[in-house]
Design a protein around this ligand. Structure first.
Ligand SMILES: [Zn+2]
Ligand SMILES: [Zn+2]
Ligand SMILES: [Zn+2]
Length: 117
């Protein structure tokens, strides 16, 4: 654990730890911090939650992998408001949390290619 740039300790959201550069307890990060940015994503390459792709790049020592289309049933989205997870298929269909109904940032759809095949 030496020689790496300083990364803050992960935050706990529900039962999960969120890594990278989060700035509050609802998974906002230094890159995305509006009222709507309360979503973390599980990365298949390392099985870790990050607020965004840039947080993964800042923390991980490898290229980010994307979820194959066949993994749509995986619980890979984490709501920072209630701590519940949603499947990739459900998230892509509604852009809302299946637990509390919170609407996620619609602009995230522009970046789906960074996370999903
Ligand atoms: Zn990774
Ligand atoms: Zn980030
Ligand atoms: Zn929620």
């Amino acid at each position: 654990m030496t020689g790496r740039r300083a990364i803050p300790a992960p935050i706990r959201v529900g039962e999960h730890l969120v890594h990278g550069l989060p700035v509050d307890a609802q998974t906002r990060c230094v890159h995305w911090a509006t009222e709507l940015d309360v979503l973390a994503i599980l990365f298949p390459c390392c099985d870790r939650w990050y607020p965004c792709h840039d947080c993964h790049a800042a923390d991980a020592d490898h290229e980010a992998a994307t979820w194959p289309a066949s993994d749509g049933a995986r619980e890979a989205l984490l709501c920072g408001v209630c701590g519940s997870t949603s499947t990739i298929d459900a998230y892509r269909a509604t852009s809302r949390c299946g637990g509390c109904g919170r609407a996620f940032n619609p602009s995230c759809a522009r970046h789906h290619h960074l996370y999903f095949d």
